[in-house]
Design a protein around this ligand. Sequence first.
Ligand SMILES: Cc1cc2nc3c(=O)[nH]c(=O)nc-3n(C[C@H](O)[C@H](O)[C@H](O)COP(=O)(O)O)c2cc1C
Length: 145
Amino acid sequence: MSKVLLVYSTRTGETKKIAELIAEGIRMGGNEADVVNITTIKNEKNLQGYDGYVFGSATYHGEMMQAMKTLLFLAEKAGLEGKVAGSFGAFGWSGEAPGRIYDTMKNIFKMKMVGGPLRLKSSFLGGGTTMAQDYGKEISKKLKE
Ligand SMILES: Cc1cc2nc3c(=O)[nH]c(=O)nc-3n(C[C@H](O)[C@H](O)[C@H](O)COP(=O)(O)O)c2cc1C
């Protein structure tokens, strides 16, 4: 059984809900998932010991939240190369954050990426719940490759 760390950055809670649904999907796929608020990650050691990493941030003013930018600088020192990875986030209209996180995990950390970032306007409208759970299942599948 593999273990995945999901870290979310949120202002009003929507991105946290998406994280919890992705974690459900990972568990449905037979793996373990820990969901943590970004505020609990203090140094790169807090990121170690997992087989997969899924980072999420809501989009504000066309960007990921500041805490996620700080986390990505920390993660650069955590030795995540080759680990399974994905990204997600709630958004209103432009949703830049998940794509930026995904590109950093792919190009800088050289992680083993799932098909693309998950961007959701809501965790419960328009199939959001299923899409988030399916994203978790995709992470689980990638862990077996
Ligand atoms: C002041 C403000 C600025 C925002 N800027 C953007 C933006 O640039 N692009 C976008 O897609 N959504 C934007 N949003 C919408 C949020 O991303 C959306 O409400 C999201 O669900 C918040 O997620 P959270 O609950 O995880 O914080 C903005 C919302 C607020 C209140």
